[in-house]
Design a binder for this molecule. Structure first.
Ligand code: SAH
Ligand code: SF4
Ligand code: F3S
Length: 477
């Protein structure tokens, strides 16, 4: 029996912000038997936008699709199903998706059986589902972040009903274990440790699109990492919107620091994690990081602003001084640590003084890289309604000024490795110059060096000869 999608579940931001504190359901995934073979002789293509959370979700969707018999293609014209796994964080993230949807509309003329699906964070917004229904009739399937595990059912229904399949849940969310995963990389893997976010920073859409903070059980995470180590993976990046809140919802007295400590005992060379929240980054975590082992000496610690009044309006729950205090602790225990951050400029009514405070913080914290953004109002979030008298040109100028300062830090951070021998996990050939290999150091610095293809997927010693703003250039040691 196919489901009746005429009374489909559409998103509601109001529902999505509720935190009912009900128990999180753990769903053990089983591939429905009747779906096996659905993808025989068919090809899929997934276009992924946004954060690592989406990259990890796309790998799970690819896992499901391959279990159904689909094969991957990288050519739009060759695909029988194209999935857009979307991001709603800023307006330009959404415009890119709408642009691409328009661009590939014509493909259906050549392949009338082609299905197009929209999933991820954009469908969690009421407005987006309305726009897609009205202006993008080429989209056949719409689902959200809470139900990617039902992808097979949606495809089945779309083939057999020939109607639109729309199901978006605005809820706190469950945890789905046991999904098949087709990882993009052979040596580096994403591992979700928690889902959702309860921070409600006033500018941010994520707590609405991803549900409440919910942690996976430590034994499931440790088993996954152990398995990856056995399969020969060399690097694991733990994922969560606020990894420092890990475990709080489990009520088992087990924190992120405990998890890191346990992962440090697993025989895998590199553990990374993202993203940390400055308020929740505790001493215990810094102490475990200081033990080093397989925990990499790099921390991405988004600060967002250096102005206390803006931080308050952002609901970030720390001050500039508290942030810098954590930075001092980190530098004291891990002197060589590489720190990177995220910064938003042009938050509503950000004054020249507020912006100057951000520049001052950047100088004091000595960041070695940052993602910088102009504030983008997201419908339904509190900050989208804040009064804003700052014109766009001022915002753009601030971004340029900030980026200049950030790039100086980037170069300084790279320069400190000149003359040193660093360990590089080799990703592959450099996109710009196929005669060079490229990879990352423990401090998360890009290194390019001439070398044999057989080094790809290995950790090798490279002597750094010269530092540039965006990369290091070296020779194999
Ligand atoms: N959970 C992470 C990352 C969230 S999204 C964290 O808390 O840091 C990644 C970055 O996008 C944020 O750190 C923030 O700098 C930026 N961002 C989020 N919402 C935004 C908005 N409405 N406008 C501009 N930048 C935004
Ligand atoms: Fe968004 Fe703040 Fe949550 Fe990060 S911590 S995802 S910025 S609400
Ligand atoms: Fe974007 Fe959703 Fe990630 S809004 S940044 S894809 S959580």
């Amino acid at each position: 029996m196919n489901k009746d999608y005429s009374k489909y579940f559409t998103p509601s931001l109001k529902e999505a912000r509720k935190r009912l504190n009900k128990n999180v359901e753990i769903i053990e995934y089983n591939l429905p038997k009747h779906l096996i073979g659905l993808g025989e002789n068919k090809k899929y293509l997934i276009k992924t936008y946004g954060c690592q959370g989406n990259l990890a979700d796309s790998e799970k969707m690819a896992g499901i699709l391959e279990a159904l018999g689909y094969q991957e293609t990288f050519d739009d014209a060759d695909a029988d199903i194209i999935i857009f796994n979307t991001c709603a964080i800023r307006e330009n993230a959404e415009s890119r998706v709408f642009g691409e949807l328009g661009r590939i509309k014509g493909l259906k003329k050549h392949n009338p059986n082609l299905l197009m699906a929209l999933c991820g964070c954009m469908p969690q917004e009421e407005k987006v589902v309305d726009v897609v229904m009205k202006k993008y009739p080429q989209v056949d399937i719409i689902f959200g972040t809470h139900n990617i595990y039902k992808l097979g059912e949606y495809l089945y229904d779309a083939y057999f009903t020939k109607e639109k399949v729309i199901e978006v849940f605005s809820k706190e969310g469950d945890i789905v274990e046991g999904l098949p995963t087709k990882r993009d990389h052979h040596t580096k893997a994403w591992v979700n440790i928690m889902y959702g976010c309860d921070e409600f920073c006033t500018y941010c859409i994520v707590p609405y699109t991803r549900g409440k903070e919910r942690s996976r059980h430590p034994e499931d995470i440790l088993a996954e990492v152990q398995e990856l180590a056995k399969e020969g993976y060399l690097e694991v990046t733990l994922l969560g919107q606020n990894v420092n809140a890990y475990g709080k919802d489990l009520n088992i007295n087990y924190t992120f620091a405990n998890l890191l400590d346990d992962l440090n005992k697993i025989n895998i060379p590199r553990i990374r994690f993202t993203t940390s929240h400055p308020r929740d980054l505790d001493d215990a975590t810094i102490e475990v990081m200081a033990k080093r082992g397989n925990i990499m000496p790099h921390l991405h610690l988004p600060v967002q602003s250096g102005s206390n009044s803006i931080l308050k309006k952002m609901n970030r729950k720390y001050t500039k001084e508290e942030y810098l205090d954590k930075v001092s602790k980190l530098r004291k225990l891990i002197p060589d640590i590489s720190l990177t951050t995220d910064i938003i400029v042009g938050f509503p009514n950000e004054s020249d003084e507020d912006f100057a405070a951000t520049l001052d913080l950047v100088t004091q914290a000595n960041f070695e890289g940052a993602y910088t953004f102009i504030f983008s109002p997201r419908e339904g979030t509190p900050a989208s309604k804040y009064e804003d008298n700052i014109d766009n040109n001022t915002k753009k100028e601030r971004l340029l000024t900030l980026n200049k300062l950030i790039n100086e830090g980037f170069l300084r951070g790279n320069k400190r490795f000149e003359g040193q021998v660093v360990k590089v996990l080799v990703d592959g050939k450099s996109a710009k110059d196929p005669n060079l290999l490229t990879g990352y150091t423990g401090h998360n610095k890009v290194v390019n060096f001439p070398g044999d293809e057989e080094l790809i997927g290995k950790i090798v010693d490279v002597k750094v000869e010269k530092a540039y703003t965006w990369h290091l250039r070296g020779i194999k040691n």
